[in-house]
Design a protein around this ligand. Structure first.
Ligand code: ADP
Ligand code: MG
Length: 618
């Protein structure tokens, strides 16, 4: 039988290897930045076009390469960083596999210029799909420049697999930030489509963090420090009151390499125990230094996971270091419940009596009275405007003897809310009016003609807000409350980008923004939002959109409305006055789709008298 095994040609092997090393533009960014760091550069520029799909260029002032190395570096397993197996246990560089450049050159058009300090001339190499196109001497400054164009040009399947520019750009930013945070002593700049995104002069760690994540970050940070035989820890953790909704500001570095570790994350969370509300995420920038032989960075091809020799000890040391800092820097007492609330309130509002913050509905409207009220939208929002029309909706079929009526959203005044009233047995109206009950600060129970209805207050309010917000976005008539003092909410560059992309949609619901260089000022907020909620609302929104802003404006609006409804809805555990309960019930049943929350969960259930009867006959 003839033999069938063959060695793969290099360019095929390289393309296969590229699948592991290069998933997306961000992978190239990471490899090139790391090579520049390994080359001892003190000034590194990243230039990208179209989120890296068209161009990724990294220019460094590092050691450069000789003529021979300039050619050799594109070979597979060509590295200057290790020579023998033992070296694997004392790695001080980012790279060591010698795979990155071979892989990148297999799937893109690459142009490299490099010059060593002592040489007169440098080298200019063009390589496309693993084939050398040209190599020439050239007059160049010291260092190396890599330009990677048309990524995956020869693998259309991979190219099509790339996500939208917004998503790919975010991945690039993540990689850039990780490298920049790991090396505050290097000057980094980044440009996207010709505009400067970051300019990070060399500095100390704290300044680096603050320049990347906006000036406000400074006051949030608490230093941590610990030195033991097996490791040293330094860095910063965020004060609990600045905790975020998402994990965007959580970083571990081990020996200056960004890593992910659920185990260490758990240690951090453990240190914050009791200090954070449910689901809140503290910021942290934690730098661990361990002897290289005690870690194995070899377990993941893109090297963001590593294995430690003595994980349990690390866990304990890290946890206690953070606990210590949070205590030492008096972070715990900052959760000050006695703080004078007036300090947080604009003058105009100080003398106002407290109002229930989230359920801002039409308080004059009593669905239980016979009168047909005329509503001039006393809710302070243009949103709860519904107009009755005669079409059929299915939720009402739940109720025996009710008219098949429903509402259509209209941006003017409410004309008629008869249906809501007729929802309840007419003879019982007087009585029923006094009979919505809140149970466990979670459900609202109310008698109806056929039995009773049990409403989940949180989901019901989500539904109401969701439809209001969508209406506002569609009719673009939301009212906005102007803030006395512009509100500055600090966001990272990533987050600001998301907000700026959503700005038109957010303005339709009442936000008014102004940008001062990189700072976002909020001048107006939607009328159903309070100033203290704004930060939360925007953070939630950004967090819900981390994986990309939907392309169509329809689904963009939908995402915003869902996210805001989630943030603003009354929560389980909130007490509602009788009036508020009634309003919520009314508004719910004035919705187009009252029976499910925006997240398709049931908002209420009904129990018919027959069902109740049955229970008693058991
Ligand atoms: P690795 O980084 O794992 O060694 P790479 O394929 O990324 O493998 O790079 C191969 C070699 O090319 C490196 O070991 C280094 O000697 C050289 N090299 C790559 N980038 C640069 C750079 N920016 N400046 C100087 N030398 C570089
Ligand atoms: Mg490398």
């Amino acid at each position: 039988m003839s033999s069938i095994i063959q060695l793969l040609p290099d360019h095929v092997a390289n393309q296969i290897a590229a699948g592991e090393v290069v998933q997306r533009p961000a992978s190239v960014v990471k490899e090139l930045l790391e090579n520049a760091v390994d080359a001892k550069a003190t000034d590194i520029k990243l230039i990208i076009k179209d989120a890296g799909k068209a161009l990724i260029q990294v220019i460094d002032n590092g050691v450069g390469m000789s003529v021979t190395d300039a050619r050799l570096c594109f070979e597979r397993h060509a590295t200057s960083k290790i020579r023998q197996a033992e070296d694997l246990f004392s790695i001080h560089t980012k790279g060591f596999r010698g795979e990155a450049l071979a892989s990148i050159a297999a799937i893109a058009h690459v142009e490299m210029k490099t010059k060593q300090d002592q040489e007169e001339l440098g080298n200019h190499i063009i390589i496309e799909g693993s084939k050398f196109v040209s190599q020439e001497p050239a007059v160049l400054p010291k260092g190396t420049s890599f330009a990677v164009k048309n990524l995956f040009y020869n693998i259309p399947a991979r190219r099509n697999f790339l996500k939208s520019d917004t998503v790919e750009f975010r991945h690039v930013l993540d990689e850039f930030q990780r490298v920049a945070l790991a090396h505050p002593n290097i000057y980094f700049t980044m440009y996207h489509n010709g505009s400067e995104m970051f300019n990070l002069p060399n500095s100390n760690l704290r300044q680096r963090i603050v320049t990347i994540f906006s000036g406000k970050t400074n006051e949030k940070l608490v230093p941590i420090q610990e030195h033991t035989d097996i490791l040293s820890i330094q860095g910063f953790v965020g004060k609990p009151e600045f905790a975020k909704k998402n994990r965007a500001e959580q970083f571990f570095f081990v020996n200056d390499r960004y890593i992910r570790s659920n185990y260490l994350h758990h240690a951090v969370m453990n240190a914050y125990e009791g200090l954070l509300p449910n689901g809140a995420q503290p910021s942290y920038f934690i730098y661990l230094n361990v002897p290289p032989h005690t870690i194995d960075i070899n377990i993941h091809p893109t090297k963001t996971e590593i294995k430690f020799d003595d994980e349990q000890a690390l866990y304990a040391i890290l946890r206690s270091a953070i606990k210590h800092s949070l205590g030492q820097f008096n972070v715990v007492p900052i959760l000050d419940f006695d703080r004078d609330p007036n300090l947080d309130t604009p003058y105009d509002y100080q003398n106002k009596s407290a109002e229930y913050p989230t359920v801002q509905v039409d308080r004059t409207f009593n669905p239980f009275s016979d009168e047909k009220p005329t509503h001039s939208n006393s809710s302070g929002s243009t949103s709860s405007s519904f107009k009755k029309v005669d079409t059929t909706q299915n939720w009402e079929s739940l109720y025996v003897g009710l008219k098949q009526d429903t509402f259509e959203i209209d941006n003017f005044s409410i004309e008629n809310d008869e249906v809501t009233a007729s929802f309840f047995d007419e003879k019982e109206e007087e009585q029923v009016a006094k009979h919505t009950y809140q149970i466990q600060k979670k459900y609202i129970v109310s008698p109806i003609k056929s039995g009773m209805v049990i409403i989940n207050q949180n989901r019901a309010h989500q539904r109401v807000l969701y439809e209001q917000l969508l209406t506002n976005m569609t009719v673009q008539q939301a009212s906005s409350q102007q803030l006395l003092f512009p509100l500055q909410v600090s966001f990272s560059v990533n987050e600001l980008k998301i907000i700026s992309e959503l700005q038109p949609a957010l303005e339709t619901i009442g936000f008014v923004f102004s940008w001062e260089s990189e700072e976002l000022n909020i001048l107006g907020i939607p009328s159903n939002t309070t100033e203290s909620e704004v930060k939360l609302v925007l953070e939630q929104l950004v967090s819900d959109l981390q994986d990309g802003i939907p392309d169509s404006s329809f689904s963009q609006n939908d995402t915003i409305a869902k996210s805001m409804a989630k943030s603003l809805a009354v929560k389980t555990g909130m007490y509602l006055t009788e009036k508020e309960q009634e309003n919520l019930v009314n508004n719910l049943f004035a919705c187009k789709e009252p029976n499910v929350s925006p997240f398709q969960k049931p908002t209420f259930i009904t129990m018919r008298v027959e069902d109740i009867d049955k229970r008693f006959t058991l």
